[in-house]
Design a protein around this ligand. Structure first.
Ligand code: TYM
Length: 370
């Protein structure tokens, strides 16, 4: 007979497509049993966008001041699921660390490291390849989008990617994962993998049922030329996105040329319905100024784009320029960045290795050396 986990006992058979909502003021199931620990990561696969900054990095920084242990990774092993030029990968890895630090991540408060320096990610990833089901992987919309018509020619790693992502999170038994909207399905899969592992091996609550944290006004920053598409590092035109390394002039130009509609800003949020470009710019403004879209609408109700766009561009420059300046300064001495990564990897290993040892025992692997 199968033993029931706390989650199963309290919530019954799990619906694979839903997430238990975080309960305000009440500890989540994961928190009741596990240390409050945050894990998140970004791929070093080319330039960083305003979407990465608002949807992820800025929120990583904010969480550092909460009562969480925070672990932030540069997921280089994920990056190579599509071809990366080796020298460019090294550069992008260090540049992403520079972006983390320049944005306010403090290596004394958070563990900052690159994934390939902690082998336990790949080792647990293999075990999760054997836990996850083909049917689950086949439902991953990001794989479908990325492989497109070319599914036969993409790497096996791209397909298995979400199982490695689950390992990234669970090798630290992380209870909270701040991500943008596009990663929600992958965190749901992580929950399914955790629950199946706990059930299959009869180890209730060994892995936490991790909470995705997808909150704030900019969980899905949209393309500046087409408000129905996500802003991404790989979009065809550079004018679609703001890069963290863009000059002030270029940022101003991109917002000036951003697609909008002929209407002025509405006087309520409902007025943004069916106006994806307008809504996107309001949300970006809200996230950059750390307020809500409601407050932005209240300030700019009835304003024409000729007034709002320059205000948004100025705001973006004031927030992003200090970051890009600091990134260039940090990139002048990459030995300091490498030292931060090595130190972070040691601290990450110290948490991951004992958890991997437990997993190996649970799975039934014999180890001569304990
Ligand atoms: P990646 O590298 O594509 O993106 C990194 C983070 O940036 C967020 N993001 C956005 N947020 C809002 N609007 C956008 N337009 C936008 N574009 C990107 C993403 O949601 C993400 O939070 N699979 C992950 C990396 C990963 C990971 C993990 C994340 C690997 N292991 C474990 C969390 C936990 C990815 O490809 O992110």
């Amino acid at each position: 007979m199968r033993s029931l986990s706390i989650v199963d006992a309290l919530f019954g058979p799990r619906d694979k497509t839903t997430i238990l909502p975080p309960m305000k003021g009440i500890k989540t199931m994961a928190e009741a049993v596990h240390t409050r620990r945050v894990f998140s990561g970004i791929k070093p696969s080319g330039g960083l966008t305003l979407g990465n900054y608002l949807g992820a990095i800025k929120r990583f920084v904010d969480m550092q001041n909460d009562d969480f242990e925070t672990i932030y990774c540069v997921v280089d092993m994920h990056a190579i699921t599509v071809w990366q030029d080796p020298a460019t990968l090294k550069f992008a890895t260090r540049e992403l660390v520079a972006a983390y630090i320049a944005s306010g991540l403090d290596p004394a408060k958070s563990i900052v490291f690159n994934q390939s320096q902690v082998p336990a990610h790949a080792e647990l990833g293999w075990i999760f390849n054997c836990v996850a089901r083909m049917g689950w992987m086949n439902r991953m919309t990001q794989f479908k989008e990325k492989s497109g018509k070319n599914a036969e020619a993409v790497s096996l790693g791209l397909y298995a990617y979400p199982a490695l992502m689950a390992a990234d999170i669970l090798i630290y038994k992380a209870t909270h994962v701040p991500v943008g909207e596009d990663q929600k399905q992958h965190v749901e899969l992580t929950r399914d993998i955790a629950a199946k592992f706990n059930n299959d091996f009869k180890v209730p609550d060994f892995f936490p049922i991790t909470e995705p944290m997808i909150d704030g006004p900019a969980t899905r920053v949209m393309n500046l030329r087409d408000g129905t598409k996500k802003m991404s590092k790989s979009g065809a035109s550079d004018m679609e996105r703001v890069n963290l390394t863009d000059s002030a002039e270029l940022i101003v130009k991109k917002f000036k040329k951003a697609k909008t509609d002929p209407e002025p800003l509405p006087d309520s949020l409902e007025g943004l319905k069916d106006r994806p470009e307008a809504r996107n710019l309001v949300e970006i403004y809200a996230a950059l100024s750390e307020t809500t879209p409601d407050a932005v609408i209240a300030e700019y109700a009835g304003a024409q784009w000729g007034r709002f766009k320059p205000a948004l561009a100025d705001l973006a420059v004031s927030k992003l320029e200090p970051i890009s300046t600091e990134m260039s300064r940090l990139m002048q001495d990459t030995s300091e960045i490498d030292r931060i990564l090595a130190d972070g990897a040691d601290r990450a290993n110290a948490i991951a290795q004992p958890i991997l040892n437990d997993v190996y025992d649970i799975v039934g692997f014999v180890r001569g050396r304990q």
